[in-house]
Each structure stands twice: as structure tokens, then as C-alpha cells.
Design a protein around this ligand. Sequence first.
Ligand SMILES: Cc1ncc(COP(=O)(O)O)c(C=O)c1O
Ligand code: FES
Length: 384
Amino acid sequence: MNKVIYMDNNATTRVAPQVIREMLPVLETWYGNPSSMHGFGGAVGKRLDQARKQVADLLQADPGEIVFTSGGTESDNTAILAALASQPHKRHIVTTRVEHPAVLSLVKDLEERGYTVTWLGVDRKGHLNPDAVRKAVRKDTAIVSVMAANNETGVLFPIDKIAAITREKDVLLHTDAVQIMGKLPFSVQDIPVDFLSLSSHKIHGPKGVGALYVRKGVRFKPFIIGGHQEHGRRAGTENIPGIVGLGKACQLAARHLDEETIRVGKLRDRLEEGLLSSIDHSQLNGDQNNRLPNTTSIAFEFVEGEAILLLMNELGICASSGSACTSGSLEPSHVLRAMGIPFTYAHGSIRFSLSRYTTDQEVDTVIRELPPIIARLRELSPFC
Ligand SMILES: Cc1ncc(COP(=O)(O)O)c(C=O)c1O
Ligand code: FES
């Protein structure tokens, strides 16, 4: 494979070499079952405990509040379904129109099955007004589920203000923190959410593993039922190599947090300014001043996102478009639609998401290569 310029880190990230080094011994040598009575299994149990502490430390949580799962999707599903199962008399859900499908599709399905849902919208910059949450919450609201940072635009939601409201109203709050983790600090001490989802493969850990934070004292019903693992909160023999990798990834994320916010933020800004200043009819999607430091979503009018991706792909540049064309629909992204981005812009939107491994040279290459690609496509465009 030729060298790639990887700017699709909100989709997934490179596994950090330190994470791989930590995982190898539990694949090669320490293969015991942590539930076994013998010392060989017990030694693996110690690694599980260590990983739980590493995850808890990143969130300033207690290790007992961490449940390992198969990833962000399972964490999101578990939080919402646990809140509904533990309060069967409450059948109202509050969420937003711009959630990841792991929440959006689940809640749509629950709506079809008879739950009532309040879908909160966002403004043109992608902001959510916390007052809308206050207005939406009712006596029969079982859970408010609002993401901390949007995966397509990087826009941050005011989870602190929303948590103050849900506390006051005594309603459970879940936040999908999959994208904010490792990019900006998030402490459950400062922001009293009840449930929080995170995913290993977005923070330079392996795929197929994640965690759900469940605040101490919050009533919980497991989603996956079977054995007694995870203190009865998630059945199934633990994915030990994955969990050990996630633990190490969390430890590294805490160490790299300042760097990710400052160095990666500067690279992202340079990329964004370089593209917006050299390409006419281009605009930023989302609020420039209130978003993740690694993400930029840029709309190029009169061109198709997929066409841009294909031509960038020929040069080894990996990014993503927010459109759903790949899934067989010609609808542009639900996030950009909720923001009211005009059709001609939404279709030509590209998300670049950087990481601690992104280099200055890579940013230079994209700033150099993209303007001629857009110009070429516009020559062919029937809209232009
Ligand atoms: C905001 C958000 N939530 C949830 C997920 C799903 O996480 P996973 O891929 O670990 O299931 C993602 C990943 O795309 C995401 O960006
Ligand atoms: S981006 Fe492909 S049809 Fe809209």
C-alpha cells in the first residue's frame, strides 16, 4: 500500500504502538480467564483491574463506575435501554437530531415501539440551546441523551449546562462522549452525567471495545444478559486484549491531551485557512470557536463530496464526506440538514479529522492538492 495521508480520525484512529506493546503479552502469554479461581486467571484479572483504573482516571471516575463493552454503539444502547428498563413507568426520551446513528436509530426504533421522543434541533452553527432541554423535560422523561461533541462537525454541546438542568429536574442524563475523549478534557466530577459512552478505536486503541461510565447509585439493568462478568452489568467473557489496549489508550490520551488540543488545533486551523482562502465558494460547517480541535468540516459548493473523496483517494488522502450516498441513499448528512446547510453546499462537504500523528507536511500536501481537484470537478459540474 502506498503511503496514506490519514485525515479521517473521527472514523477511526491508528492504534498507538505503545498500546500494541501492552496488548501482545495478554494475547501471547496471559490467556487465562479472569473469572477462574486459579492464579493464572487471577493474574489476568489484575490486568483487567488496571485497565479499569486507567479508564476511570481519564474521566476522574471511580473504577467501580466503569463497565467494559464492545464499543461506543453498545455503550449508547446500554445506557438508554438501562434507563428505560429501570424506570418502566417513564416512557419519554429527549435527544437531538444530530446524534450518531448508535443513538439516533435506537431512539427512532423505540419511538416506533411506542415511546414518546422529543427531538431537539440545532441552529445554523450546530449549537444546541440548553433551554430547549429544560423545555423538553417532563415528569415522564426517562432519559436525556445528548452527545458531548459531534462526529461530523466537531461542534461541542453544553453538557455542563444540560447536566445542571437534568440534576435539577431529577432526570437521568447520558452523553455520547466518543468524540470528545482524548481531544478535550472531560471530568465526571465537573460535569455530573449519569451515563457516558466512550470507544477505544477513536483514541488510538483497538476496535471492538469501549466503556460505559455508570454513576454510582444510578439504577442499572444490563443489556447483555448471561454470566456474572462486570459485576453483573455486562455478561460475556471479557475482551481482555481489547480492554488492556483501551486502558493504555486512555492513559496515553490523558498524557497527550494538551498536545492534542494545542498542536493538533494549530494544524487543523492551518489546513482550514489554507483551503478556505484558496477555494472560492467554500465555507466552514459549524461554529469555528466551539468545537473539537482536530475536526474541520468544509463545504465546497457545486461539487459532489464523493467525487472529491475519489480524487483525493487517488493521491492517498483519506477524509470523509458527511453524505449517506455510500449507504445507498442520495440524502446528504442528517447533521448538515439539521443545521439548515443549503443543499448545494451540504452535498460537497468534506470532513478532515486530524490526530497526534498528523504532520505539517501532510497538511501542506492537502492544501496544495485540493484546490486543483475542486477546480477540475467544477469544470465538469452541471451546477456550475
Ligand atoms: C459520536 C459517536 N458515537 C458512537 C460511535 C460508535 O462507536 P463504535 O464504532 O465504537 O461502536 C461513533 C463512531 O463512529 C461516534 O462517532
Ligand atoms: S453527496 Fe453524493 S449525491 Fe449527495
